[in-house]
Write a protein that binds this ligand. Structure first.
Ligand code: GLN
Length: 484
């Protein structure tokens, strides 16, 4: 059963080949058997999952099932879940049980999906390798000496090893697409504002966005149908109609204009990755697409500007973790000052502290104009580059990440080399655009992702473009041998 896509499992449930309880047990058994090698889950909600599954079977028997009723899913541990620990990968929230569900979780529950558990992640979603989690690193199912990417590395590894048919993720600078690329799955970061962020623990509020991580574009479309939409509780969510993302999956790509930014193919791109991307582009030409060379001249500024904006916003968002209102509190503080200092000092890990320091500095009196404001101006230049490109092309393609996977520990001691993992993804968040990564080959035996970037609210086209490629290739169907 686990070799089926989400769509395939929905069919199996609809035709009564399997019940939701059987399916849920199957995935829970796989988690028990294989997750000790991967560490992709922080919490497994076995009892609750079996209850939800039984309710799904009852709903189906009563003729009240939707397309995804009874299908299991895993949620990144950044989404608040009633009664279940929501840690955000941090010691700070190791004891936090949210009193409410995030909108994304609520929507999934209403659609009848069954939550298997909460997936591991970089602490507060800061990282590109899943090594900053308080709960230990996640391993890449294709080679457990390698990282799965981050920060949604638990979701990526769980889906790649088929411990869950699909999962949710969040992407502030690449955290859905980069782990999707390194783990060999399909991940979509929707347009900023497309999916509600209510109940999703904030990292950098002007950049954060939730999206689906799945085996195929078709599965991502099914999930986006559930996740997307206006939410009055999130003031950044947009009130634009949600199309049926599955309706246009098979549209022809004849005449599709694909922009290739020359800045995405320069120094720093691994030759094996480049070859996979070029091969994928040839496939698209066969499908009728036209290639247009474009330029995104400010790409090189995206990482420096991001590492001012994201830490600045993070330092503000994370100020709520003070040892008083909720979360970790140090033992026997001497006074209030000591309580704040030690709770934060003991509760946060190194990467989070580094970001808080950078962000607090950038926002301090006298520096705001020089750093934050300047970075916001660079951000506008990046958006302008994309606007100019989308006047000429329908989608933009390139690598998702400059390399296939890297080894655990390889970049952990060098934050800047880690930050460079997101060189092709961060500008998309800076502009608020949607982006998708799909499996497009292997380099040194490890998965490589092709990135497709679309115009605002053009998720349907991204999914269509990805789906057509998946109709003529089979990278997305491959499962690492050790987890078959
Ligand atoms: N790797 C980037 C960072 O550490 C992006 C993380 C993300 O998208 N959440 O900030």
């Amino acid at each position: 059963m686990h070799d089926k896509t989400l769509n395939g499992l929905a069919d199996a449930l609809a035709t009564r080949q399997v019940s939701s309880v059987e399916l849920t047990r199957h995935f829970l058994d796989r988690i028990k058997r294989f997750d000790p090698q991967l560490n992709s889950f922080i919490t497994v909600t076995e009892a609750q999952a079996l209850e939800q599954a039984a309710a799904a079977d009852t709903a189906r028997a009563a003729g009240k099932a939707g397309r995804l009723t009874g299908v299991p899913i895993a949620h990144k541990d950044i989404f608040c879940t009633t009664g279940v620990k929501t840690s955000c990968g941090s010691k700070m929230l190791d004891n936090f049980i949210a009193p409410y569900n995030a909108t994304v979780v609520e929507k999934m529950n209403s659609a009848g999906l069954v939550m298997l558990g909460k997936t591991n992640m970089d602490e507060f979603a800061m990282g590109s390798s899943n090594e900053s989690s308080f709960y230990g690193p996640v391993k890449n199912p294709w080679n457990t000496a390698y990282v799965p990417g981050g920060s949604s590395g638990g979701s990526a590894a769980a889906v790649a090893a088929r411990l869950a048919p699909a999962a949710t993720g969040t992407d502030t600078g690449g955290s859905i697409r980069q782990p999707a690329s390194l783990s060999g799955i399909t991940g979509l970061k929707p347009t900023y504002g497309r999916v509600s962020r209510w109940g999703m623990i904030a990292f950098a509020s002007s950049l954060d966005q939730a999206g689906p991580m799945a085996q195929t574009a078709e599965d991502a479309a099914l999930l986006l149908n559930v996740m997307a939409g206006f939410d009055e509780r999130d003031s950044t969510s947009t009130n634009i109609e949600v199309p049926d993302y599955t309706a246009t999956l098979n549209n022809s790509l004849e005449g599709l204009r694909i922009g290739l930014p020359k800045e995405f193919f320069g120094a720093g791109l691994d030759a094996g990755v480049e070859k996979c991307v070029q091969d994928a582009i040839r496939e698209y030409e066969k499908l009728g697409a036209k290639i247009v060379e474009i330029s995104l001249p400010n790409t090189h500024l995206s990482i420096p500007a991001y590492y001012v904006i994201a830490p600045a916003e993070a330092s503000s968002n994370l100020s709520r973790f003070d040892g008083v209102r909720f979360g970790y509190r140090c033992k026997s503080p001497d006074n209030l000052e000591d309580l704040y200092k030690r709770s934060r000092g003991e509760g946060f890990g190194d990467e989070v502290k580094r970001r808080i320091l950078i962000g607090t500095y950038a926002l301090s009196a006298g520096y705001y104009d020089a750093y934050y404001l300047k970075a916001q101006k660079v951000r506008r230049l990046i958006k302008n580059d994309f606007d100019a490109a989308f006047a000429k092309v329908d989608v933009i393609m390139g690598p998702t990440a400059p390399h296939a996977g890297f080894k655990l520990g390889e970049k952990a001691a060098n934050p800047v080399s880690m930050y460079l993992s997101d060189i092709y993804t961060i500008s998309v968040n800076m502009a608020g655009l949607p982006g998708l990564s799909l499996p497009a080959g292997r380099a040194d035996g490890l998965p490589v992702g092709l990135q497709i970037i679309g115009n605002y609210f053009d998720e349907a086209r991204l999914l269509n473009v990805a789906h057509r490629y998946q109709q003529v290739t089979d990278w997305h169907t491959q499962l690492p041998a050790a987890f078959a």
